[in-house]
Design a protein around this ligand. Structure first.
Ligand code: ZN
Length: 152
């Protein structure tokens, strides 16, 4: 168990330091900003949809290692998925990280399963969910300039 915990931490530190899929998409179909006032994490997420599928995702962000690692792992997991699949994974992730009694679906969550260790630290849950809320807002074509991630 300690070995796993260490391994998970290593992956999160790696993705936090060197997040994947960073940068600006040249032809996004949606751009969404997200902000977590509790920690100061900021992200601008670029989404390229094609035929109800996430063709590409990129982000520019500033924040703590957990928020950046979460964005990195989320983009790696969701590129190529349909909107419906992405929403299903978001729901599973959100339930798993906020409800300790929920048994997570590891197959569905794929790489993002690693992030669930954060549920032991409730103050950091919003760091881990910032990117996801931002993505869901983008998929819903929420045009609000700053979709502040508030309490739910
Ligand atoms: Zn944070």
């Amino acid at each position: 168990m300690d070995y796993l915990r260490e391994l998970y931490q290593e992956v999160i530190i790696d993705h936090g330091k060197n997040p994947r899929n960073t940068g600006i998409l040249e032809h996004p179909t949606a751009i969404q900003k997200g902000y977590n006032p509790l920690c100061g994490d900021k992200v601008t997420l670029f989404v390229a949809l094609e035929h109800e599928r996430i063709k590409d995702l990129k982000f520019v962000g500033q924040g703590c290692a957990i928020s950046m690692a979460s964005l990195s792992l989320m983009t790696e997991t969701l590129i190529g998925k349909t909107i419906l699949e992405a929403e299903k994974i978001f729901q599973e992730f959100h339930e798993s990280i906020t409800d300790k009694t929920h048994v997570p679906d590891e197959t569905l969550l794929a790489k993002t399963f690693i992030l669930l260790g954060v549920k032991e630290y409730p103050a950091r849950v919003k760091c881990a969910t910032l990117g996801w809320h931002t993505l869901i807002a983008a998929l819903k074509h929420d045009e609000s300039e700053h979709s502040e991630i508030s309490t739910e």
